[in-house]
Design a protein around this ligand. Structure first.
Ligand code: SF4
Length: 508
């Protein structure tokens, strides 16, 4: 771990990583190094565990074995890996919707067609992909695994999955809008609790409604999924949040952070598991008591502190409300294009480096930049670092949005498009870094709506040249979506240039 100081592009994060390292804890970076070298079969999507005759693997260099036990070759296995990752990601979204309102899953999707340019509506309808219904989640299947002639039909099913993903975003947006509770003010003397996974909404509200004087600051890990609960600026991983002034960790059953259990013990942070046999009041009272007790005996391991968000964080509404003005600026060349960035840091890449490089280049060239999902939680950290790279950082050109506002971003871009397909307007959806299957499903969602989508992280889907070809060529035919990605991941500077030349070629 002699390069531990290079793991993040954010100065404050580097200090925290070093402080944790001095305590003998290398966090996820240490565990990543123990995994090296990564299995080349798996890294290219050439392994399969679909049935119990396997697991099987296919040689990436053309030698034997070239087929799994059932006879599936590299193309079929890679497509299956891709399909399963997309489905898994969408199921995560389904769980988010059920967190907002359990009965929300019984209602049909709102009509998504009006959010799309006319040309895209026509294309998707002719393909039988619109209208999209929730029950189709159970109809899509990769039974096409049986014959290579069906590979392009699988990508049609992937497009359907992407539209289903958008249907769930629309539901999440509608449900979030029914939760009128505002984000409570940050209590500087309060105890800080982080919730990981998807806890019951009642527990979130109950913890937030603790009487004043018992001050609880409640945060969610990852993206902001409900209006009242902020996502924590955790420097890219909740493991680093534990190294800050965190006073308790509440873990939901579907939390996907198995290392936290060991770390809470090591850092002496109280941990509360959600116990369905206990009432919300009982769980709230236990969590508050443990957190406030820890707060009194504060023993935090790094100098970094959890702070309230500053006023520099500008939300995307300022863009959404100025569509006509922005369209005129695009037409006059005062704005070069719109870049929407989503994702979260990946341990294989220096945290935030590719995101900051894209932001720096796009803002310097006069683009509008919208950052959503987990990037919005890190807004202050990104802003601070960006100010060092571009001192006149044109903050009016940048805004942040929450996960449940994705449909508003789509409608904003549709209003700017004046009926043209999304991939023919100067707009790119970029995923500079990510690791979650749900973020890949988000990328599939945007491709299925017809956007140009750039991927900036290595994916386990490049072990089949034929599938790469299908991904790059078939999406434009199905939805108009364009995938800007390749097996040999370009440098971050090259990706920034790719975005800028894409935008330039589409200027009005
Ligand atoms: S390649 Fe075929 S036999 Fe092997 S695990 Fe996958 S489905 Fe089963």
């Amino acid at each position: 771990m002699d390069r531990i100081h290079k793991k993040s592009a954010i100065t404050k994060s580097k200090e925290m990583i070093l402080a944790a390292h001095e305590q003998g804890e290398a966090l996820l970076w240490g565990r990543y190094e123990q995994q090296l070298p990564l299995c080349v079969f798996t890294a290219n999507g050439l392994n399969c565990r679909k049935c119990f005759n396997g697991p099987c693997r296919v040689n990436p260099f053309g030698d034997e074995p070239s087929r799994g036990i059932c006879g599936a070759d590299r193309d079929q296995i890679v497509m299956e890996t891709l399909f399963q990752a997309t489905l898994e990601g969408i199921l995560e979204m389904v769980r988010s919707v059920s967190l907002l309102n359990g009965s929300g899953l019984t209602q049909e999707f709102p009509d998504i067609a009006p959010d799309l340019p006319w040309e895209t509506q026509r294309k998707l309808s002719e393909m039988g992909l619109l209208p999209v219904r929730q029950e189709q989640l159970f109809e899509v299947q990769n039974s096409y695994f049986s014959h290579k002639g069906y590979l392009s039909r699988t990508i049609k099913d992937l497009t359907r999955l992407g539209l289903i993903q958008y249907g769930f975003w629309k539901k999440a947006e509608a449900l979030a809008n029914t939760l009128h509770q505002d984000e409570p003010p940050f209590d500087a003397l309060g105890a800080n609790i982080l919730l990981v996974g998807q806890p019951p909404l009642g527990l979130i509200h109950s913890l937030q409604n603790q009487p004043r004087g018992k001050g609880i600051n409640l945060f969610l890990a990852g993206a902001k999924i409900i209006p009242s609960a902020p996502a924590m600026a955790d420097h890219g991983t909740p493991e680093l949040a534990l190294a800050m002034n965190l006073d308790a960790l509440v873990i939901a059953p579907n939390s996907s952070w198995p290392a936290l259990e060991t770390l809470t013990k090591k850092f002496a942070i109280p941990e509360i598991l959600i116990d369905e046999t206990k009432s919300i009041d009982e769980m709230t009272s236990r969590a508050a008591k443990l957190a406030l007790g820890h707060r009194r005996n504060a023993s935090y391991i790094t100098p970094s502190r959890i702070t309230p968000r500053t006023s520099s964080q500008k939300m995307a509404r300022s863009f959404f409300d100025k569509t006509d003005e922005i369209r005129e600026a695009l037409e006059a060349g005062r704005i070069q294009g719109i870049v929407v960035m989503l994702g979260e840091p990946n341990v294989k890449q220096t945290f935030f480096e590719r995101t900051l490089t894209l932001m720096e280049n796009c803002l310097s060239q006069g683009c509008l930049v919208l950052l959503g999902d987990a990037w919005a939680a890190q807004a202050d950290l990104l802003d601070e670092e960006l100010a060092k790279r571009i001192p006149d950082r044109r903050s009016s050109q940048k805004a942040y949005f929450s996960s449940y506002e994705i449909p508003e971003v789509v409608v904003f871009l549709k209003d700017l498009s004046q009926g043209k397909a999304f991939a023919s307007i100067p707009a790119v959806i970029a995923f500079p870094e990510f690791f979650r299957a749900s973020t890949w499903a988000t990328a599939v969602g945007f491709l299925s709506l017809g956007f140009a989508v750039q991927i900036g992280t290595p994916l386990p889907f490049w072990g089949s040249p034929a599938i790469t070809e299908i991904l790059l060529k078939d999406w434009p035919k199905l939805s108009g979506g364009t995938l800007l990605a390749s097996p040999s991941l370009p440098s971050s500077q090259a990706q920034a240039e790719e975005i800028l030349s894409f935008l330039q070629a589409r200027q009005v």
